[in-house]
Design a protein around this ligand. Structure first.
Ligand code: SAH
Length: 237
């Protein structure tokens, strides 16, 4: 928690904020070892970053006096990430990592090798997803919550959604064995597609290439989804 992310509900009135949830209170005590008088970095969800002077901290609440909320959050990556829905624990970690890296648009996609049961996971509830995004924002000192969309069918995604996403974006399909290596140092709007643990099936690869995506690879090593996404984003941007 390199930044204390305040939701509108946390801001009591003019210049005062109150944090009451056990996770953040424990973190303030045990990791920050915070004491009244300390100044910590705070940010408002989808808003600015500034400092908060800790006025009091007990088992029920931490109270901050906010000052200078006038810094912009770090710039976002120009990427929309389309991720085949990973298993719930991998999803949680991947959402956290990509949020910390600056991804603001995420589509979770069904593909043939995504287990149907993953779509029933409580990890897909909006509040659960938000918790992982918040951890990523706190880590990276960011305030802008990413937008997460669920695409429960591959065919409707390719036919109805993908053409719009590719308007004004360069589509990159990460798939081992593609002829082109992953490009570097992009600053253009990009759509990045990453497959499930079993990979995209050949028919899916064909459809995505036919829709206008470029196939790219990261070398001969097959990486886990969370590693692949991190390596791809680091190399692309
Ligand atoms: N078993 C699959 C790989 C799945 S890895 C296979 O052998 O094809 C999960 C996803 O991570 C892949 O779908 C791809 O999007 C990405 N990925 C992992 N390693 C990669 C590599 N070396 N090059 C490109 N993409 C990779």
């Amino acid at each position: 928690m390199n930044l204390i992310l305040l939701a509108p509900d946390d801001i009591a009135h003019q210049g005062l904020a109150r944090v009451t949830d056990p996770r953040r209170l424990r973190h303030l005590r045990e990791v920050h070892r915070a004491a009244p008088g300390d100044r910590l970095t705070v940010g408002v969800v989808d808003g600015a970053i500034g400092r908060g002077e800790l006025l009091s901290l007990d088992a029920q609440a931490a109270t901050f006096a906010l000052e200078g909320l006038d810094q912009a959050p770090p710039p976002a990556l120009p990427v929309h990430l389309v991720l085949a829905l990973p298993r719930p624990r991998m999803l949680a970690r991947t959402l956290e990592h990509v949020t910390a890296l600056g991804v603001k648009r995420i589509t979770l996609l069904h593909t043939r090798r995504v287990e149907k049961s993953y779509w029933m996971s409580p990890e897909l509830e909006a509040e659960k997803i938000r918790q992982h995004l918040v951890l990523g924002l706190e880590q990276a000192r960011d305030t802008q919550l990413p937008e997460v969309t669920l695409a429960r069918g591959f065919r409707p995604f390719v036919e109805d959604t993908l053409p719009g996403l590719l308007e004004g974006r360069r589509g990159l399909l990460a798939h081992p064995g593609m002829p082109a290596t992953c490009p570097r140092g992009l600053d253009e709007p990009t759509l990045l597609l990453v497959g499930p643990e079993g990979g995209f099936i050949p028919w899916e690869v064909e459809r995505l290439l036919a829709a206008g995506c470029e196939g790219i690879h990261l070398g001969p090593r097959i990486l886990r989804v969370e590693t692949a996404v991190t390596a791809l984003l680091a190399r692309l941007f």
